[in-house]
Design a protein around this ligand. Structure first.
Ligand code: ATP
Ligand code: MG
Length: 558
């Protein structure tokens, strides 16, 4: 999809901000963006929105985009997450300019903190977090100064050095900026820059006993990389004043001061969008890992068979705005179907089989028929399917007696077997309990699909899928439903989102039979099981295990 046929916005407001900056004298060559994940989990579809936005702007303006790992919380971070994040971004089709790490700037950040103390703009506070937080008070009235706020510069310098060298325990003290305890913006009321943490870091190992906070690290990292526009989600709007204060108060030689601007997060119905909460699902065993096909993670969507282009189109349709809302999961499914219809190979697979015997077909005969691999794209070519006297159809595609609205197989009426012949229901064989065991039909020998004969063009009301009972394969299929029972499982913080898990969201089907071409399927390709939906070979298991990506249609209109 091109920018111009996006139904929501042709040019997003962030693009307009950049154009205005260019009009006001910013050099086009100075444009630079970044995508800054914290490596504390796998990326989700919300991150895809930020990736599409930042890398999309990079493409529009031919500007570099850095991948920056915001790795300032060693307790929750790991190399596994770093690797998964890189894999997901590449899979979405984007290339970063430089791979950067906030941890590479720890020395510089430390020096800047010393500078702030030297300018009497930072101090070491020995109070408990709770007290610090109480003293901040409420936005409508001034907070209370810390008793440690007016120590001498020398004292603060030596205490901060002691923090760095491991002389204090976690929780003993923090370094705070000295800004304004009366500011209506709570983030300006002496925010914390450093805390003591005796955790080894996945990149700097044991070197640091103190770690910078998000606020202290983020803007300065943008500055070090000379990022021109730092786009983040709306909850950081209230941090912007602090972001700017830090950049004004550190000693800088470079001229370009990054600009932070905010956009609305992506929220998707029936799921949650936070690495921390998704990691709770993984840790508690409620899902089978980060790439569980029910997860809204990029790796979960990939495993379920959502192609990258569907995610890109989805992000484009959602657009970029300043207003938070919840996007209907059905829109993602719609984008998935739209792509899969174009690129998937067709196969016939019967999920709940019943045998059909074609009485006027010779027992010793069988034949090979041709079927299109993809009617949407002739370049996909044809495949061969076998046909014989005994075939399998879906149980639900047959009724002994049916009303006029039933367009599938019934006694005395005709139906077309997809890619094959027209058959007519003649009689059934039942077991002692009255269950139908076999259906007997006759076929019209001249009605072969694609043969060009007048009979082949004969229209009958229904077409059903089938497989050759004498030449088919048993496969296993996982069908997943929504992970949560309600639209906004984490809307109310009073309720544990995990209580809304849909316990029946994973179903397995084993009595499933596929045409023999199933033996040639590929992990990289996408499949439509005709009349049943889109399916992907599960890359986590051996062959013949499929996952349903999405049904063929639903009634939601976009
Ligand atoms: P999470 O709570 O899932 O960890 P986060 O914002 O803490 O989310 P980061 O790894 O810090 O995750 O995010 C990297 C970038 O992706 C940030 O710029 C962030 O604003 C953006 N981002 C995260 N979640 C969303 C979302 N739901 N919609 C749009 N952008 C998002
Ligand atoms: Mg974060």
């Amino acid at each position: 999809m091109t920018n111009s046929d996006s139904p929501i916005n042709n040019e997003n407001f962030l693009e307009l901000i950049i154009r205005k900056d260019l009009d006001n004298g910013l050099n086009k060559n100075d444009l630079k963006f970044r995508f800054p994940p914290e490596p504390n989990g796998y990326l989700h579809i919300g991150h895809a929105k930020s990736i599409c936005l930042n890398f999309g702007l990079g493409k529009i303006f031919s500007a570099p985009v850095n991948l920056r790992f915001d790795d300032t919380n060693p307790e929750n971070e790991s190399i596994e997450y770093i690797n998964s994040i890189k894999k997901d971004i590449k899979w979405l089709g984007f290339e970063w300019n430089s791979e950067c790490y906030a941890s590479d700037y720890f020395d510089q950040l430390y020096k800047w903190a010393i500078n702030l103390i030297e300018k009497d703009k930072a101090y070491v506070d020995f109070q408990d977090q709770e007290i610090i937080s109480d003293q901040r008070g409420v936005p409508t009235s001034p907070g209370v100064n810390s008793p440690y706020r007016d120590k001498s510069i020398e004292e603060n310098l030596s205490q901060f050095q002691k923090m760095k060298s491991g002389g204090y325990k976690p929780g003993d003290c923090v370094l705070r900026a000295k800004i304004d305890m009366a500011s209506p913006n709570m983030h300006m009321r002496d925010p914390v820059l450093y805390r003591v943490m005796k955790t080894a870091h996945h990149r700097t190992n044991e070197k640091w006993k103190i770690y910078p906070t998000y606020d202290w690290a983020h803007g300065q990292s943008d500055f070090i990389e000379q990022v021109s526009h730092s786009f983040c989600t709306l909850e950081f709007e209230v941090h912007r004043e602090l972001y700017e204060w830090f950049l004004q108060n550190i000693d800088t030689k470079k001229s370009l001061i990054p600009k932070q601007r905010e956009f609305a997060r992506l929220n998707l119905s029936y799921t949650i969008m936070s690495k921390r909460k998704l990691s709770e699902l993984v840790d508690s065993g409620l899902v089978k890992g980060w790439d569980d096909p029910r997860m809204p993670t990029i790796s979960g969507l990939r495993r379920r068979g959502v192609p990258p282009q569907a995610i890109l189109n989805f992000c484009e349709k959602v657009g970029v705005s300043k207003r938070e809302n919840i996007i209907d999961y059905a829109l993602l499914d719609f984008c998935t179907r739209e792509i899969l219809n174009k690129i998937s190979y067709r196969l016939m697979v019967v999920f709940d089989p019943i045998e059909v015997v074609i009485t006027n077909y010779d027992e010793n005969q069988s034949e090979t028929l041709l079927a299109e691999n993809n009617p949407e794209d002739k370049t996909y070519g044809n495949r061969k399917i076998s046909f014989s006297k005994n075939i399998l159809i879906e149980k639900e595609d047959f009724k002994e007696e049916a009303n006029r609205k039933f367009f599938r197989l019934t006694l005395g009426k005709e139906v077309r077997l997809k890619n094959a012949y027209i058959i007519k229901g003649e009689s059934v064989e039942k077991d002692d309990k009255g269950n139908i065991k076999k259906i007997f039909c006759t076929y019209d020998q001249k009605s072969k699909s694609g043969s060009g004969s007048p009979e082949s063009l004969r229209k009958v009301k229904g077409t059903i899928h089938w497989v050759d009972k004498n030449n088919c394969e048993n496969i296993s299929v996982d069908v997943y439903d929504k992970l949560f029972k309600i639209e906004s499982p984490d809307e109310n913080p009073e309720n544990d989102f995990k209580t809304f898990i849909n316990e029946n969201s994973s179903n397995n089907f084993e009595n499933v039979y596929a045409e023999s071409n199933i033996n040639n399927v590929d992990y990289d390709k996408y499949y439509q099981f005709q009349r049943k939906g889109y399916f992907k070979l599960d890359n986590k298991s051996s062959d013949k295990k499929f996952i349903r990506t999405v049904t063929l249609r639903d009634n939601t209109k976009f």
